[in-house]
Every structure is written in C-alpha cells, then in structure tokens.
Design a protein around this ligand. Structure first.
Ligand SMILES: [Zn+2]
Length: 182
C-alpha cells in the first residue's frame, strides 16, 4: 500500500511498482509490520544473493498526490457493492454482483446528483418499484444511509487481499460509522 509523504493512503500498488520505487529511492518511510521478500540473482564478485524486502505500507516522496486529503474516491460499481454489504438497501436481499443495480435515492430526473451520498445498491424489483420517486413518495425505507467513503475506507473496499497490518492502518483513518437509519 502506498502512502503520500504526509502519511495518507494513496493507492494499492503491485509489488513490481514497489520494487521500482525502492530502486529509484522514492521511499520516504515504511509503516507496515509485514515484509514481502524478493530474491534476486547472485553477485558475480561476492557470491551473495541479493534480496529486497518490500514493506507492506510504504510512504513515497512524491508530490503528485498531495491533495489526497480532499480527494473524493471514484464512485465505482464494485466498491459501492462492497460498501452496501452486497445487499439491496431497500429490502435487504443479498445480491450477486451481476444483479446489483445502482439506484439514485433522489432520482436524477429530480436533480439528484450522481455521488456516493445519493446512490445505493438495490435489487431489480426494488429499483423498478421505486421508479422515478423519492423513498418517501414510494413509501420505502433505506436500511442504511449512503455515505461517501474516505480514501482509507475506499481502499479497504477495493482490496480483497488486504494484509492484517494494512487493514489496521486503514481502520485508524476510517471514521466510525453507525449505518442504521432511524
Ligand atoms: Zn430489494
């Protein structure tokens, strides 16, 4: 996981990318407790095998992401599915990813924006029934309130193979949420 030099999470990177950051001396500091060890070739002179230990959380000297604090994570179908726990937020049915639909709480025709706070995942039946109405007009209740994940939450939603120390690091940056609506 890559952080900016201020310690904010930026993105997931593949180990190949991490290697190039180490070799170009871009690592500012390391914050993980896990290391990924890569073995290189043997040195012809010394016979010693080279080894590179990549930290699971690395901060990078890189100014291109310095506005990460205000960055709104992309509204993507997969991360929305995980944010809403794979459920229809109206009837609570467990959805498969392929059958999930993106529903605008305030319909777009009524000026509802396409943003995290105005979209929920739904089943097809609820989406069709609600149609071009607000939840109040349709007499439907949301099981949880839609929210905009911060970058730490988004990174947790985006990665299914997260290491324990990466998860702990991101959880410290994620706001505590009580998602049950009144
Ligand atoms: Zn439903």
């Amino acid at each position: 996981m890559k952080l900016d030099a201020g310690g904010l999470p930026v993105e997931w990177i593949e180990w190949q990318q991490a290697v190039s950051l180490y070799f170009t001396d871009k690592i500012a500091w390391e914050a993980g407790t896990e290391k990924i060890r890569l073995r290189g070739g043997r040195s012809r002179e010394t016979g010693v095998r080279s080894e590179l230990a990549i930290d699971s959380i690395i901060a990078v000297r890189d100014r291109s992401h310095r506005f990460a604090r205000n960055l709104v994570p992309a509204l993507t179908r997969r991360e929305l599915f995980h944010r809403d726990g794979g459920l229809c937020l109206y009837c609570g049915t467990r959805l498969t990813f392929g059958h999930m639909q993106i529903e605008h709480v305030v319909p777009r025709s009524k000026g509802g924006p396409h943003c995290w706070q105005n979209v929920v995942s739904t089943c097809e039946a609820c989406n069709r029934f609600k149609d071009d109405r607000t939840p109040e007009q349709a007499g439907m209740n949301l099981l949880a309130l839609p929210y905009e994940p911060n970058l730490a939450e988004w990174l947790m939603l985006a990665n299914r193979r997260i290491l324990a120390d990466q998860q702990a690091f991101l959880e410290r940056l994620a706001p505590k949420r009580d998602r049950m609506s009144a």
